[in-house]
Structure formats: structure tokens, C-alpha cells
Design a protein around this ligand. Structure first.
Ligand code: S3P
Ligand code: PEP
Length: 437
């Protein structure tokens, strides 16, 4: 599906949908817990529906109401699923669910869409093999689809976590090895994206489970834990909010984003600080964030300023910040985020290519992007050339191209626009509602 964005400003308030990372962790913990859990204000999107399907395949009973999900958990470990688990486009579901499948006495098959089939999983499966699992790749070594046969029984492994999702998977599953198993010990010589591990640790802490570690390098996890049912609200998703925050920054608009909690464990809340450093006026309330971009009467700055930003902890913010950077008056360097190449697409390469189509002076580095200022950096002057770009079937590329369209000299058309629904189903209708009339 193609979507065409007409340039213009935004104004008003919008509720940001629930966090994908929290919703998926909630679903998986509730699936294994004893009793009935209630997940309030969850994210309903293609990725979380993939997780719901995986949880049902493990045997959980799940009912979906408009504002909550009820999960009747297994109160223990699942039986091997009769059918392959298809995670669709959801990397988080794939990586986190595979740890759970390793606990199962039997075989689970995993598959996913063509982007999932290109996302590396060998380090995680090697570690699960160190703990006693058997792995069989069905097409390409190191990539889905594959079969995994458990159960794992603790032990020692070392794992390079180019993605934090490998470690989150081990942390969610290893406490559930049967009482009397060996403790699990993990050495982690490399770890990107620590905040996502903190999200996992926050959920485990709520369950009374506290893996021991020395500054994230070496971990000891005791066996024999159980999950219990819970009733919890899900905070708004800062990765989704990033698109609206950047749109306000790029167009000199003022927005109020509701449902966001700056005390939550999501790392992507750091985007708020980056945009403030670039000159936006930000106001933080208990469950809302206000932002006004340079050029708006409520923002003292007249231009977005440049700088160097380390995105290692917040790789999902790279596409939107790259578009935003094109509106700054000085060069912007987005650095130390090589793992952005391992997502739904190689987001460094794809953003460089598509922003070049829109006339942006941008170059790729192995670990990030350098974006140089537009010829006329004045607020209100167009920063992108009108044209047609590709979304590459990647939700975050699609949404980044759409916000670029707001600051272009004419319409911008992006294809594969339906994939915004992977994490932000109402993205295009929300943009339309927020148009300054
Ligand atoms: O654990 C999670 O919930 C996630 C971790 C991140 O992956 P990386 O740790 O590979 O960045 C992020 O890209 C993904 O959207 C969600
Ligand atoms: C990388 C992402 O997700 P996942 O790893 O869950 O596919 C994302 O949402 O940008």
C-alpha cells in the first residue's frame, strides 16, 4: 500500500499506544504463570499478535478485550506445540519465545516472514545448546526456520550479544529450569542495548527473581523459580512516540503525547533528551510529554542544532532521528549503533538510500549515519525534496519517510505503508488527526 504525505505542521494531543517490549514480556510471563493475569492497555499490533499466537501455541488461554488481555497461564512448562510457531515479523517474539521452548521436553519448530529468516539467531541457539538443547536448522545455518529440542538443565555458556534480545531470552527462561538443576552461568563479552535488558530485569524483579551479575558481564541464575499471575498496566511506547516527537521537532509544531512515563524502564525515552539538546522545548508531566519544535512560539530556539549522538542503547530510534537530523542547522552524527543493520532491514543503509532520494546530504558509516544541513536550514523552509521512496516493508522506515514528508517541498509517497501496523496500527490516522487545521 502507498501513502502520500502532504507537507504541513501538527498540533494537539494524542495517546501513544502501549509498549511493544513490555506487552511481549507480559504475554510470555503470563503464559507460564500460575493463574489468570490481566495485561491492561496492551499494544495491539501485528508484532504483539504474533506473540499472542505463540503463547496460544504453548497452551495459554488468551482473551482479548479492547483495553486489556486476559491470560490463563500454564502454571509450569508447556507441552511441545503441535504446529510450528510462526512469529511473523516479530524479532522480539522469536528471540524471547525460543528460550521458553528450550525448557520444553520435546521439539518446537520456529519460522517467520522473509525478514525474520534473515535475522541471525546462532549465538542464542549455541548458548541454549551449551545448556543441553538440540538445534536443527531447516534452511540456512544460523537463521530461522529451525527446530529446537529441550529440555535445558543449566550450566555454563558465553555469548556475544550484538542484540540484547539474546540475553533477555536467557534471563527469562533459565530461572525456570527445574529445581535441582545446575545454576546457569553466562559470560557476556559484548552487550548492546542495555536498557532492553533492564526492561527484562524489571519484569523478573516483579516476579521476585533477581539474577546476579557484575556490571552485565557475568551472570549467575538460580534454577527452580516459578512465575505468578499479575495485573499490570502497560506504559506507552517511547519507540512509537519517537516519530511524533521528531515530527514536532522537524516542523516547529507543538504536541502533547499522552500515556508516556519518563520513570519507565524503556531506553527510548532518551530521545526526549536528544531532542531537547537539539533545541526543542520539552515539558514532562507524570503521564504525558509536551514538545514544541524550533520555530514554534513556545520554543525559545529558532533552529534545530546538530551534534553527535550515541544511539547504542536506542537502535530503534535511528530511522526517525536520521530524518529529524536533516532539519538541523549543523551536521548530525548518529554513532555507535552497528546493530541497526540487523533489524527488519539494514536500517543504516536503507535510511541513507531513501533520504538521498529526498535530497538529503547523508553518508553511511559502519556504525551509523552522518547528516549534513540542508541548503536553507531556516525553520519553515522545506528540508526534503518531494518524491517517491521505499519503505522496504520495515515499519520504522515507513514512519520515518512519512514524517520527512511533513517537512518536504511537496508530497512524499512511501510504499509498503501497511507495515506501520507492525508496531503502530493507527500511525497514519493519528498523523491525519494531528494536522494543524
Ligand atoms: O528486547 C526488546 O524488547 C527489543 C530489543 C531491541 O532489540 P535489540 O536489543 O536487538 O536492539 C529492539 O530493537 C526491539 O525493537 C525490542
Ligand atoms: C527491531 C524491532 O523489532 P523486533 O526486533 O521485535 O522485530 C523494531 O521494532 O524496530
Amino acid at each position: 500500500m502507498e501513502k502520500t504525505i502532504i507537507p504541513g505542521k501538527l498540533a494537539g494531543s494524542v495517546r501513544i499506544p502501549g509498549s511493544k517490549s513490555h506487552t511481549i514480556r507480559a504475554l510470555l510471563i503470563a503464559t507460564l504463570a500460575e493463574g489468570e493475569s490481566i495485561i491492561r492497555d496492551p499494544l495491539y499490533s501485528a508484532d504483539t499478535r504474533s506473540c499472542i499466537a505463540a503463547c496460544r501455541a504453548f497452551g495459554a488461554r488468551i482473551t482479548e478485550a479492547a483495553d486489556h488481555i486476559t491470560v490463563t497461564g500454564l502454571g509450569g512448562l508447556p507441552q511441545p506445540p503441535a504446529q510450528p510457531i510462526d512469529v511473523g515479523n516479530s524479532g522480539t517474539t522469536l528471540y524471547l519465545a525460543v528460550g521458553i521452548s528450550a525448557l520444553v521436553d520435546g521439539t518446537t519448530e520456529f519460522t517467520g516472514d522473509h525478514q525474520i529468516q534473515a535475522r541471525p539467531i546462532k549465538p542464542l541457539l549455541d548458548s541454549l545448546a551449551d545448556m543441553g538443547a538440540r538445534i536443527e536448522y531447516l534452511q540456512n545455518d544460523g537463521y530461522p526456520p529451525f527446530r529446537i529440542t529441550g529440555p535445558i538443565r543449566g550450566g555454563y555458556t558465553t555469548i556475544e550479544c550484538k542484540t540484547s534480545q539474546y540475553l533477555s531470552s536467557l534471563l527469562l527462561s533459565l530461572p525456570l529450569t527445574p529445581a535441582g538443576s545446575e545454576p546457569s552461568r553466562i559470560s557476556v563479552p559484548l552487550l548492546n542495548e542495555k536498557p532492553y535488558v533492564d526492561i527484562t530485569l524489571a519484569w523478573l524483579a516483579e516476579q521476585g527473581i533477581t539474577p546476579q551479575h557484575d556490571n552485565y558481564d557475568n551472570w549467575v541464575i538460580q534454577p527452580g523459580a516459578h512465575f505468578s499471575a499479575f495485573d499490570k498496566p502497560i506504559a506507552g511506547d517511547f519507540s512509537s512516540a519517537t516519530f511524533m516527537l521528531c515530527a514536532a521537532a522537524m516542523t516547529g509544531s507543538k504536541l502533547r503525547l499522552e500515556g508516556l512515563d519518563m520513570t519507565d524502564s524503556q531506553g527510548d525515552k532518551a530521545v526526549v533528551g536528544i531532542l531537547e539538546q537539539m533545541g526543542c522545548a520539552v515539558s514532562i508531566e507524570e503521564f504525558a510529554i509536551g514538545i514544541a519544535g524550533p520555530g514554534h512560539p513556545d520554543c525559545p530556539a529558532t533552529q534545530l542544532s546538530g551534534g553527535e549522538f550515541d544511539l547504542n542503547a536506542i537502535p530503534d530510534a535511528l530511522p526517525a532521528l536520521a530524518a529529524c537530523a536533516a532539519c538541523a542547522a549543523q551536521e548530525v552524527r548518529l554513532v555507535n549503533v552497528p546493530q541497526a543493520r540487523l533489524k527488519e532491514t539494514d536500517r543504516i543503509a536503507v535510511m541513507a538510500r531513501e533520504l538521498t532520494t529526498l535530497g538529503v546530504d547523508i553518508s553511511e558509516r559502519p556504525d551509523g549515519l552522518v547528516i549534513r544541513p540542508a541548503a536553507d536550514p531556516a525553520p519553515g523552509s522545506p528540508k526534503f525534496r518531494s518524491g517517491s521512496v521505499h519503505g522496504h516493508g520495515d515499519h520504522r522506515i515507513v514512519m520515518s519517510m512519512a514524517i520527512a514528508g511533513l517537512a518536504a517541498d511537496g508530497p512524499v509517497t512511501v510504499d509498503t505503508a501497511e507495515t506501520a501496523g507492525i508496531t503502530f496500527p493507527d500511525f497514519f490516522s493519528t498523523l491525519a488527526e494531528l494536522r494543524l487545521k
